[in-house]
Design a protein. Structure first.
Length: 73
């Protein structure tokens, strides 16, 4: 059923967010990210001791596109 919408103020929206007013059949936001991190980067907790003296993170990525988001209609 259609709705009457008054004034809308949109302050911000994320990269994979959706702002929609009105009728919709399906909404499928998609986002692709790539993260490079060295050893011990995503450790969480209290009193954490990480010893990685010779850790290397190689970030040479020669291809143009890794995960394409296409056909999101």
């Amino acid at each position: 059923m259609p709705a009457f919408v008054g004034t809308v103020k949109l302050n911000s929206i994320g990269s994979s967010g959706v702002f929609h007013i009105g009728d919709v059949f399906a909404i499928s936001p998609q986002s692709v990210t790539k993260t490079f991190a060295g050893a011990g980067s995503f450790n969480t907790g209290d009193g954490l001791h990480v010893y990685n003296y010779y850790s290397n993170t190689n970030t040479n990525d020669a291809d143009v596109a890794d995960e394409n988001v296409v056909g999101n209609v």
